[in-house]
Design a binder for this molecule. Structure first.
Ligand code: CA
Length: 236
């Protein structure tokens, strides 16, 4: 069945880095049917080369790869300026270091656990693209303590130092900043930042908050944890 949102996906490039040819082909087939332009790389090295040469809109990355592991590929992609903002969905086996994968160390934007249905993967792809896609035409500068957010240019600075954030981290920070001083539950953040179709758990919010705080340095203290409930961003 063709999804109603297929039209919006036309020409969006998705890079699949997966060493199992059959699985890679199956994912590519389904992406194509949804209107995407899939590209397959069968190992980490060629995946990295492809992403750097012609950055895709999204990457589906297998954790277990020959040569360079998926976690390392992800870390490398997130550390290069050219590829840092590309959302990455990690494909893992059950119990395979999921905390590390979506946490600070590796930094994937989302994950699916093998075996997954292609339908589930397609929903994840849509959800990730929706929450990382371009929106917000009206630009404003938000200043909270040492933190400055340019909502139009998607730039964040802390005391004149530029901070490089992934699209999800930026959206999370902006959501908290726009609701300054107001407590946001994990569920609310998950819904507003990750989108309705996201079926992950609230740990995802916690790992992203941890990563965001670290990246923000002294401004990280602006994000307050409200035990058992959620977070709020507030000046001292
Ligand atoms: Ca594999």
């Amino acid at each position: 069945m063709k999804m109603p949102y297929a039209v919006g996906n036309v020409m969006k490039k998705v890079l699949i880095i997966e060493d199992e040819q059959d699985l890679a082909d199956l994912i590519a087939f389904n992406l194509e049917r949804e209107g995407f332009c899939p590209v397959v790389a069968l190992d980490g090295r060629s995946g990295l080369d492809s992403a750097l040469a012609d950055p895709p809109d999204l990457i589906i990355l297998d954790l277990m790869l020959p040569g360079i592991m998926g976690t390392e590929v992800c870390r490398l992609l997130k550390s290069r300026e050219k590829t840092a903002a590309i959302p990455i969905i990690m494909v893992t086996a059950k119990g395979e270091e999921i905390d590390r994968v979506v946490g600070f160390e590796v930094g994937a934007d989302d994950y699916v656990v093998k075996p997954f249905s292609t339908r589930e993967l397609m929903l994840r792809v849509q959800a990730v693209l929706r929450r990382t896609g371009p929106e917000r035409p009206a630009g404003t500068i938000l200043r909270i303590g040492p933190l400055v957010i340019d909502t139009e240019r998607h730039e964040v600075t802390v005391g004149d130092e530029a901070v490089t954030l992934t699209t999800t981290e930026f959206k999370l920070l902006l959501t908290l900043a726009e609701r300054q001083g107001r407590l946001q539950s994990r569920e609310r953040l998950l819904k507003d930042v990750w989108g309705f179709a996201y079926v992950g758990d609230t740990r995802t919010v916690d790992t992203h908050i941890t990563r965001l705080r670290t990246k923000l340095g002294e401004a990280g203290e602006l994000i307050k944890t409200v035990r058992g409930f959620g977070y709020k961003l507030e000046a001292e």
